[in-house]
Ligand binder design. Sequence first.
Ligand code: ADP
Length: 259
Amino acid sequence: MAENVPYYHPVGKEIEVFTHAYQNRLPILLKGPTGSGKSRFIESMACQLNKKLLTISCHEETSSTDLIGRFIIKGAETVWLDGPLTIAIKEGYLIYLDEIAEARPDVIVAIHPLTDHRRELFIDKLGETFKAHEDFMLVASFNPGYQRGFKELKPSTRQRFVAMTFNYPNAKIETEILINESKVEPEMAKKLVALGIKIRNLSELGLTETVSTRLLVDAGKLIQSGLSKRLAVKVAVVEPLTDDPQILSALNDLTDLMI
Ligand code: ADP
């Protein structure tokens, strides 16, 4: 196994599923809220498989050109420059398209032939089709977001992937993650996790995104580096969640009570 595998604590059967999907070179879609460990999982799996990983954070301007490549002018010549997806299919890397639903529709069109038995990429600007290296694998993530403003993925696209849901881990596992990631004392880790769970259950607050494991880890890190614990929670957990003065004040009160 490769050295320095990034720490990832399994939450369900995701390692088993990924291993089999990789053996069959099936593309994978990781569904779940932000900060739930999707990226860390892929980093860890790529490292365990000893494969290079290219990560692209998709946003609304991400186009197929950004992934596939473009002609650039070099001196008096125009030369073709492979994009990350083309590099990954040629070299046999894993590519992780984070938040794929955010990307422009031409990205989805471009990856379709890579997600079925063809495993190929057509580059219209070169008029060539490239077969993917046998080690190549496509992984994408998607935040199903039950709130307004989140983009959907078309069923015809979703059905091209093996899909797994990532949720926040249970209290025991999340406490272990906090201890490992932030080196915070176990007692404090437990308190942070309890606060996280409490806020997640306060659905009446109507938060667009709730407390992620990432936010709790950040709070743990600030505490570990010497920031007072309540201030750490306020700036790492409460403030990132909302700008609404009433909700801020309610969450700060809750923090004072639980931390
Ligand atoms: P996502 O990609 O879902 O937005 P990340 O993978 O970036 O989330 O996770 C955010 C942080 O939370 C990581 O940097 C890590 O510190 C922590 N984390 C979340 N889940 C796990 C897990 N299962 N094992 C280890 N660390 C985790």
